[in-house]
Design a protein around this ligand. Structure first.
Ligand code: FES
Length: 92
């Protein structure tokens, strides 16, 4: 199946990647193979999207220096800077 959506550059944890325009930030991160969006402060476990509709808060990321952005509700824009809470653990 053809990929009709144009790809736009964003920065993900300091790396430039191309993601589908207009998709949610959560979908874009998952497509990049990024399953952990943050780390639970108590357990240290990686956390990622669960509900997909803005309720569980498991998908919070930083977008353009705005913290606690629900990735499942935020649309990708060209040049967006996305930060997860897992960058240190991944060595990026
Ligand atoms: S996946 Fe639950 S709030 Fe985003």
């Amino acid at each position: 199946m053809a990929d009709a959506a144009p790809r736009v550059p964003v920065t993900l944890d300091g790396r430039r990647v191309l993601v589908r325009s207009g998709t949610s930030v959560a979908a874009a991160l998952l497509e990049q193979g990024h399953w952990n969006f943050r780390v639970n402060r108590v357990s240290g476990q990686g956390r990622g999207p669960y509900c997909g509709m803005g309720v569980c808060l498991e998908c919070e990321v930083t977008v353009n220096e705005r913290t606690h952005v629900r990735a499942c509700l935020e649309r990708v824009c060209e040049g967006m800077r996305i930060g997860t809470g897992t960058a240190e653990e991944e060595g990026t």
